[in-house]
Design a protein around this ligand. Structure first.
Ligand code: CUA
Length: 340
């Protein structure tokens, strides 16, 4: 029995409208998505490793899009062609062998070779720079063992030089990810994973924890600031001194408030790789761009609001409310802002 089912696709105004609006929306998002700066985008690589990963992404995207378009076009043709025009054995068995087995096998082997060769090329290059990063709920502890610098939620790196990273965690599993500079790497408790990043131009690149680690996982971010080599050396010199001997004599009242109210959890100039701080090191707090692990910009107003009630910005973080007298709070703010 020959049942001639008319295709619901042919001539359907609704489906043409749907296809058109999907296309327009697609172009809109493509255009909007390509505007502005891209501090957190693997499609805008700023480093060697990220560039290779982006290349692989475009290869996969191109090939998969081509396959999708061809398969959809053939499906469309099969659906709209009147039954009477269809030959009894359409294109024969060879079509099925070639397009169903041979071509997919060639594509899959090519993609496998491309993925594996990119993976192999991501091995860490030789480098002298090394940074240790420890994940915490919900912030990042950053050590420069060579210089004795400790900071948090911000990493300064030199442009044009690979930086080796030692990644670990103080509590649960986190994942280190700066999309513009490299892929992801897990940070596991009691284990150190070696990783690396490099930046080929100066800039600020945003990192984000990429492994669900608790209530404020989404606000566990940080920034990598890539500086030209001379500026980086100046930063190292200045901050190595600051870490050894923080400027504190100008604000004795603020420092004493800090010692009473903050020092149980935060260090200034005394942290080592062995210490286990509860909260971010504040040695360089005055020079950091953000507060609360890239949650809010670092300025006096936000710092004050954060100290009063950190939970309003990041509910579930481990810092409690503080109830300081206005005078003490002012002195503390002066002291903290001077730490740079
Ligand atoms: Cu740390 Cu998600």
């Amino acid at each position: 029995m020959d049942v001639n089912i008319r295709s619901p696709i042919r001539g359907s105004r609704g489906s043409r409208g749907l296809a058109l609006s999907t296309g327009v929306l697609g172009v809109f998002f493509l255009v909007v998505g390509c505007q502005g700066e891209h501090p957190q985008s693997m499609l805008h690589p700023a480093g060697e490793a990220a560039a290779r990963i982006a290349w692989l992404w475009w290869v996969l995207f191109g090939i998969c899009s081509a396959v999708f378009i061809i398969v959809m076009a053939l499906t469309g043709i099969a659906l709209v062609r009147p039954r009477s025009e269809q030959p009894t054995a359409p294109l024969g068995n060879r079509f099925i062998t070639v397009s169903g087995i041979f071509i997919p096998a060639v594509i899959l082997v090519f993609l496998l070779v491309a993925s594996v060769s990119v993976q192999v090329s991501l091995q860490s290059p030789q480098t002298n720079s090394s940074v240790r990063v420890i994940g915490h709920q919900y912030w990042w502890e950053v050590h420069y063992p060579e210089w004795g610098i400790v900071t948090a939620n911000e990493m300064i790196i030199p442009v044009g030089e690979a930086v080796r990273l030692e990644l670990t965690s103080a509590d649960v599993i986190h994942s280190f990810w700066v999309p513009n500079l490299h892929g992801k790497m897990d940070m596991l408790p009691e284990r150190t994973n070696m990783f690396w990043i490099s930046a080929d131009r100066p800039g600020v690149f945003r990192g984000q924890c990429a492994e669900y680690c608790g209530k404020q996982h989404a606000k566990m971010a940080f920034e990598v600031v890539a500086l030209p080599p001379e500026e980086y050396q100046a930063w190292v010199k200045r901050n190595a001194e600051q870490s050894r001997q923080p400027a504190q004599d100008e604000h004795p009242q603020g420092r004493s408030v800090f010692d009473t109210a903050c020092r149980q959890c935060h260090a200034v100039g005394t942290a080592t790789s062995e210490s286990k701080p509860l909260g971010p090191d504040l040695t360089l707090i005055g020079s950091r761009r953000t507060l609360g692990a890239a949650t809010i910009p670092n300025n006096r107003e936000n710092l004050e609001a954060w100290i009063r009630d950190p939970q309003q910005f990041k509910p579930g973080n481990k810092m409690p409310h503080t109830n300081l007298a206005p005078d003490d709070l002012r002195a503390l703010l002066d002291y903290l802002q001077s730490l740079k």
